[in-house]
Design a protein around this ligand. Structure first.
Ligand code: ATP
Ligand code: MG
Length: 436
């Protein structure tokens, strides 16, 4: 984003004009070198937080205790952090307290990987004391300094290393990998949420399977605070992760849940303990429920049509398609159009037996979704109250059931979506049930 870069440069210029140092650092320098899109630009400076606040019109003391001030340049936020080190790591986590330092090189030394420890000045020159650019070119993730010490200081770095290896399709350098294997168990000290955030970036990247493989062989998973039921892992399914769009991320997470053989109950418990937002847990379990319902429904259809004789075959095929259609539409009405679309996106990577059994639905879902004109009771021209008035019976459980029946009939084109047609149908249906 050239506009963001321009604003970033004007920020650096303001710092240097006032006699301070200022550099782009970390992710933005790395991503630019890789030719990847840059989403945010972090800046390191020798100015103290107070001096940064004094220098710019609009600042937010985002992480004052870590020396981080957010500076707004034409509404664009930049994190400006005073050169610092991290000392006295307690419990293998990054410390609450930091110490400000005078030199850029000292600041770069505290960073996790060589490729994340490159600074770029206003003149475009790189400061790269740990040869991060070489490692970027070689495609290598390497700790800054002694890997053993760095993972011992902050165990999250192990997961970050795997995340970066995954996103960039890089290799983890030998000593860094050995140190990781050696310190596996320390991951138990790290908060689940911080691990989840790294995992989300990994899964949303272009090579999620690479990361999962590394994670599996790293031996980290058993030491994580939260259980991941890997025993019956369906690893083949995970190879298809890359075929799914990265966003919305629920699609990939649904495939992971399927590959782990998680049922709805497990999804609820495990996703929650992984601190995923409720909406995510909810959507993943709905997609899986819809998939199961379609599968069970088709199995049932198959078992009834087996009894048909040969000459009725053509008729059966038509009936089959129609019944599949009704099955699909009833799922759309229950779970919503969005979930149905997600299921359809997932269809080509579902396990073989699902793709075979659900072929008719999978092939037509798109067309069927486009044809649908009603999705919920709100799309009907009548309300429960209208039916009550028309038939003059007291409300009861029957009303909701009848409305859903009507909705399905209208949605599948078996009933016109007109008030009088629907009321007439309601009357007949109630008479059939002996309610009227
Ligand atoms: P992205 O934002 O693309 O996820 P990033 O490299 O910017 O990647 P951040 O978590 O935003 O990652 O951190 C910014 C920088 O801070 C990193 O590039 C790295 O230099 C440093 N850093 C982040 N986390 C750690 C850590 N646990 N240990 C040491 N340095 C870290
Ligand atoms: Mg970042």
């Amino acid at each position: 984003d050239p506009q963001m870069a321009e604003r970033g440069y004007s920020l650096l210029r303001r710092l240097t004009d006032q006699g301070y140092e200022g550099y782009f650092v970390g992710g933005c320098v790395r991503d630019e070198l890789l030719g990847r899109p840059v989403n945010d630009m972090d800046i390191a400076t020798n100015a103290t937080p107070e001096q940064v606040i004094a220098l710019f019109e609009r600042t937010i003391p985002t992480g004052l205790e870590h020396g981080t001030i957010t500076v707004l340049i034409e509404n664009e936020p930049f994190e400006v952090t005073t050169y610092r080190t991290e000392t006295e790591y307690v419990d293998h986590r990054r410390p609450e307290q930091v110490q400000f330092v005078r030199e850029l090189s000292e600041d770069l030394r505290r960073r996790d990987f060589t490729m994340n420890a490159i600074a770029r000045g206003i003149d475009g020159k790189y400061t790269d004391p740990f040869h991060g650019i070489d490692d970027l070119n070689k495609g290598i993730i390497r700790c800054v300094g002694v890997a053993d010490e760095r993972f011992e200081e902050d165990a999250l770095r192990m997961v970050r290393g795997i995340r970066f290896a995954s996103v960039f399709d890089f290799e983890i350098e030998q000593q860094t990998w050995q140190a990781l294997l050696h310190h596996q168990a320390l991951i138990s000290h790290i908060a689940t949420e911080r691990i989840r955030i790294e995992m989300e970036k990994m899964i949303a990247g272009p090579y999620p399977y690479h990361g999962i493989e590394l994670l599996l062989i790293s031996g980290l998973i058993p030491y994580m605070k939260v259980n991941v039921p890997c025993q019956d892992l369906h690893q083949d399914l995970l190879r298809s992760l890359e075929q799914l769009p990265a966003s919305p991320s629920i699609l990939r997470w649904t495939l992971i849940a399927l590959a782990l053989g998680m049922d709805e109950q497990q999804i609820k418990i495990i996703f929650k303990s992984w601190t995923f937002p409720n909406i995510m847990t909810d959507q993943v379990s709905k997609i899986i429920r819809m998939n199961e319902r379609l599968y069970d429904g088709v199995v049932q259809l198959e078992s009834t049509s087996l009894s048909a004789t040969e000459y009725k075959h053509a008729l059966d095929e038509h009936t089959n398609t129609h019944q599949s259609y009704v099955l699909f539409v009833s799922c759309v009405l229950d779970y919503g159009k969005e979930i149905a679309r997600h299921w359809h996106t997932l269809f080509p990577v579902l396990p073989q037996q699902y793709q075979q059994r659900l072929a008719i639905i999978g092939n037509q879902a798109d067309k069927w979704l486009q044809q649908l004109t009603v999705y919920s009771l709100a799309d009907l021209p009548i309300k429960g109250q209208d039916i009550l008035q028309h038939v003059n019976i007291t409300a009861g459980k029957w009303l909701g059931e009848l409305l859903n029946e009507i909705l399905l009939l209208v949605a599948t084109g078996q009933l016109d979506n007109h008030q009088d047609v629907i009321l007439h149908y309601a009357e007949q249906a109630l008479a059939r049930r002996g309610l009227r």
